[in-house]
Design a protein around this ligand. Structure first.
Ligand SMILES: *[C@@H]1O[C@H](CO)[C@@H](O)[C@H](O)[C@H]1NC(C)=O
Ligand SMILES: *[C@@H]1O[C@H](CO)[C@@H](O)[C@H](O)[C@H]1NC(C)=O
Ligand SMILES: *[C@@H]1O[C@H](CO)[C@@H](O)[C@H](O)[C@H]1NC(C)=O
Ligand SMILES: *[C@@H]1O[C@H](CO)[C@@H](O)[C@H](O)[C@H]1NC(C)=O
Ligand SMILES: *[C@@H]1O[C@H](CO)[C@@H](O)[C@H](O)[C@H]1NC(C)=O
Ligand SMILES: *[C@@H]1O[C@H](CO)[C@@H](O)[C@H](O)[C@H]1NC(C)=O
Length: 290
């Protein structure tokens, strides 16, 4: 809990930094703010290299003697404010569960690491600034916390294929029974209720097994900007709402691998924007629209 507090505090530093003027010694391009630099170093302090979930050594990604805007995975704007953190595929684990959200910028990519833990139920709702959140393939499991639905500025959310991480780490003993993420309570409907800026939603492999009358009422579809919906292998059942096909910006829909999912294709308007549609291994029926 103490660590959570520290990190939420760190996040506040980052969030408020946009209103700070760069101090005299940071006015060179790509010299990050001291306050952000030390927050990143504190973060690094909690990251462990963990192949096969075995903690081996501290992850020393960044050299404190260099400018943090030049650090691997750190993106700054011209004034030296950290605007993106990409720590994907570093094979790390963090020493405490509430680690991820509290950190830093609007954009966070933790894909492809070795968490093997739940997505803890607190923290997200307090930090609604995230626009891009990528937690795919990192062995997160269990219920998706309701706090994610409070990230009202999300443009892109990727929680896909957590089991890839188990396969990566467990090459000798591949099973098809790894724990997955679940979207039951909150359900899909609640998840998307306030995310009106969402453009890309990737939930492949997340267990959304409740019937569609529960996971998505069509009246709750308020995703005017959605252009990618990727929900393959989600164990979806019931009727897929045709409204998804007709969302004004929709370009890619992948709902393959949901063998109990029923549906029909609508007549598409002539000016529709759909480019990619995958319905493999679903129970769609009816006539193909002209
Ligand atoms: C992942 O975590 C679960 C419990 O949370 C544990 O039972 C399991 O052994 C862990 N997997 C590995 C490969 O360490
Ligand atoms: C998430 O990160 C992984 C690894 O960097 C990448 O392959 C994937 O495309 C990302 N997802 C999104 C929505 O950008
Ligand atoms: C981790 O997995 C790799 C690849 O399967 C294997 O070679 C290595 O021995 C494993 N290490 C441990 C500590 O289990
Ligand atoms: C999804 O969750 C439900 C309810 O918890 C469970 O019965 C079902 O087996 C799960 N499906 C998969 C593919 O794990
Ligand atoms: C398609 O045309 C209709 C009628 O002209 C218009 O209302 C709608 O916004 C258009 N849709 C797209 C995706 O351009
Ligand atoms: C597939 O859809 C048909 C109706 O189109 C329905 O009768 C059948 O039960 C569905 N199968 C599954 C596995 O959901």
């Amino acid at each position: 809990m103490e660590n959570l507090g520290i990190l939420i505090a760190l996040f506040s530093l980052f969030s408020s930094s946009t209103s700070l003027h760069p101090s005299s010694h940071t006015n060179l391009q790509n010299h990050c703010l001291d306050v952000q630099r030390s927050a990143l170093l504190q973060l690094q302090h909690h990251l462990y290299y963990a192949p096969n979930f075995t903690f081996s050594s501290k992850l020393e990604l960044w050299d404190p003697n260099t400018h943090c805007c030049s650090w691997k995975g750190v993106t700054c704007d011209a004034l030296g404010h950290v605007i993106g953190i990409d720590l994907s595929y570093q094979t790390f684990q963090a020493t405490f569960t509430p680690f991820s959200i509290s950190i830093i910028s609007n954009t966070l990519n933790l894909a492809g690491n070795n968490f093997n833990t739940t997505l803890f139920p607190y923290g997200f709702g307090k930090l609604p600034k995230f626009t891009h959140l990528n937690l795919s393939a990192s062995c997160f499991h269990g219920q998706i916390p309701v706090g994610i639905s409070h990230l009202t500025r999300l443009v892109s959310l990727d929680l896909s294929y957590q089991e890839d991480c188990y396969w990566r780490n467990d090459q000798n003993d591949v099973s098809f029974d790894y724990p997955t993420l679940k979207l039951e309570k909150p359900n899909f409907k609640i998840l998307i209720k306030k995310t009106r800026s969402l453009r890309e939603l990737y939930l492949n492999g997340v267990n959304i097994s409740s019937p569609s009358s529960e996971w998505c009422e069509t009246t709750s579809l308020s995703l005017p900007k959605l252009s990618v919906l990727s929900m393959s292998n989600c164990d979806l059942s019931g009727h897929f709402p045709a409204e998804f096909f007709l969302l004004p910006k929709m370009q890619r829909i992948d709902i393959s691998g949901n063998s109990r999912l029923m549906g029909q294709l609508p007549e598409f308007p002539i000016n529709n924007s759909l480019e990619v549609l995958s319905l493999r291994y679903t129970n769609f029926s009816g006539k193909l629209p002209s």
